[in-house]
Design a protein around this ligand. Structure first.
Ligand code: NAP
Length: 318
């Protein structure tokens, strides 16, 4: 499936699908390098972080259509790299700036063009990568970091809180756990037995998900939990209700539940993503990279991510 890895300036390798479906549909194609029009910048991408939305959005034609995607379709959303072309009228970025951000389902490519002031969903977006943050790490921040910030903005953890976080070792979980701890809360994080050490390293007290979760949480926190963030489905949210947490202090990111306010990365507090990047630069927040793959192995990278038992983030290198 791979094409040559050298990239003349006027061509670009891009991961594409010619039919929607699983990772077997992913191909590395050589395409004309996109050009930065007015108000846009072109980024030479060096790393692209994976998220479940990448394979979910492209899993079938109906789902893809809901996200405005059509064939041939790009793949991946998070990216990091260096600006290598600036369109007319751009004031905020210059060639050579290190940037990270998101471009919906087109980030795993040598070159990505994004708006100077866009959003992930419309036009794409870029932020400056602080010194001290490498590109692989920067490429994990946009979706997971913002989503964690959005979820915590709903439940507002603080000192005196005991927060139950479901799916705490995953891509969003690693940010949510650390941000809740920084806010002064105690964090109990659900995971399988394989996640326990990783959760402890992030500052969470691990508890196994599955049948009996409520009893295990009661044993760990006899005084009760005060807030909950469900990053996997609805199990954690249901257990939180059972343990007496009011609906206003429960949120979900991966499912809807009547009476519970869901959180969406697009609704993260303004500036949250840049703050997270600065925390990473200051080594006050750590992003575990579970694995990284060369772009020629993008299918293996997606298969690993889609297994849903990753601890931290999976990154594709370009
Ligand atoms: N609303 C939004 O804006 C938004 C944004 C980003 C993501 N999401 C959604 O949020 C979910 C999480 O995203 P992510 O990037 O964190 O995914 P992820 O990295 O794939 O999550 C993997 C984690 O899920 C845990 N897990 C697996 N089965 C579980 C279970 N039954 N109960 C609790 N945890 C379980 C795994 O723990 P073990 O390895 O220990 O099993 C693993 O650490 C996805 O469904 C994603 O689509 C929503």
């Amino acid at each position: 499936m791979a094409e040559p890895s050298t990239t003349p300036a006027d061509t670009s390798r891009a991961v594409q699908l010619e039919s929607f479906g699983g990772p077997e549909n992913l191909r590395v194609r050589r395409t004309p390098a996109p050009q930065a029009g007015p108000g846009r910048i072109r980024v030479r991408v060096t790393a692209a972080g994976l998220n479940p939305m990448d394979w979910f959005m492209t899993s079938d034609a109906d789902t893809a259509a809901r996200f405005g995607l059509s064939l041939p379709c790009g793949f991946g959303t998070d990216f990091a790299g260096t600006v290598d072309q600036v369109g007319a009228g751009v004031r905020g970025f210059a060639v050579g700036d290190r940037v990270f951000g998101g471009a919906l389902s087109r980030s795993i490519a040598d070159h990505v063009v994004v708006d100077e002031a866009g959003t992930i969903a419309v036009g794409g977006e870029a932020h400056r990568t602080p010194d001290g943050v490498d590109d692989r790490t920067a490429a994990t921040l946009a979706i997971a970091g913002r989503t964690a910030a959005a979820a915590l903005a709903v439940v507002e953890p603080g000192p005196g809180d005991a927060v139950l976080i479901g799916g705490a070792g995953g891509g969003v979980g690693v940010f949510a756990v650390q941000l809740a701890r920084r806010a002064g809360a105690r964090v109990i994080g659900t995971g399988s037995a394989t996640s326990a050490d990783a959760l402890r390293a992030l500052g969470a007290e691990p508890v196994a998900y599955g049948d009996g979760l409520a009893d295990r949480v009661r044993a760990l926190a006899p005084d009760g939990i005060t807030a909950a963030v469900d990053l996997h489905g609805t199990d954690t949210a249901h257990v939180a209700r059972e343990l007496g947490v009011p609906d206003a202090r429960i949120t979900t990111i991966a499912a809807q539940l009547d009476g519970i306010t869901p959180a969406n990365g697009a609704a993260a507090p303004r500036g949250a993503l840049d703050e997270i990047a600065e925390l990473v630069a200051a080594e006050e927040l750590r992003v575990p990279i579970a694995a990284h793959f060369p772009v020629e192995q993008v299918r293996a990278a997606v298969e690993l991510q889609a297994g849903r038992h990753v601890h931290g983030k999976v990154v594709v290198d370009l």
